[in-house]
Design a protein around this ligand. Structure first.
Ligand SMILES: [Zn+2]
Ligand SMILES: [Zn+2]
Length: 160
């Protein structure tokens, strides 16, 4: 074992990337994981309300330049915690795309103390202002080609 292992922040972000692969909106696939004391306590991706048709099957539902069909990844992660009775206070989130203003408000209200994001996406000025006002940490965790290589997915291929 000479190769350096992937760091924890990159590991959690890669988990968010894995979640994003399940996203069903054709506009953008987003994933999120909520982490507390170094453990993943919830996760989510953007998709329709459970049991209702997905964008990938029936098309996006565009209003004012946004698709409104999907529950956002961050919202799904928080709602999973609400359903299962898991405390979000003091946790941090890893999300593949800079949260929208609605998700940002929910994350702050849920007591999320740090927002780690991968890609800049329509970064909202008011979201930024709120994050700043609440003194919530904001950090971009970037993923390089060598980070992905460290995952060695090829070692886990067991069939054609
Ligand atoms: Zn959509
Ligand atoms: Zn959102």
């Amino acid at each position: 074992m000479t190769e350096e292992r992937v760091s924890w922040p990159k590991y959690f972000m890669l988990q968010a990337v894995m979640m994003a692969s399940r996203g069903t909106c054709t506009r953008l696939q987003v994933g999120a994981v909520v982490v507390k004391q170094g453990r993943i306590i919830a996760s989510g991706y953007n998709g329709s309300v459970a049991g209702t048709p997905h964008c990938e099957d029936v098309g996006d539902l565009m209003v004012d330049g946004h698709c409104i069909r999907a529950v956002h990844a961050e919202q799904n992660a928080l709602m999973q915690m609400a359903k299962m009775g898991i405390a979000s206070d003091g946790a941090e989130i890893y999300v593949t795309d800079f949260p929208c203003v609605y998700c940002t408000k929910l994350l702050l209200q849920a007591g999320i103390k740090k927002i780690n994001y991968l890609r800049n996406y329509r970064n909202d000025d008011f979201a930024m202002e709120l994050i700043d006002e609440k003194q919530v940490e904001l950090e971009q965790v970037e993923i390089s080609a060598s980070d992905v290589e460290k995952m060695h997915f090829e070692r886990y291929i067991t069939s054609d």
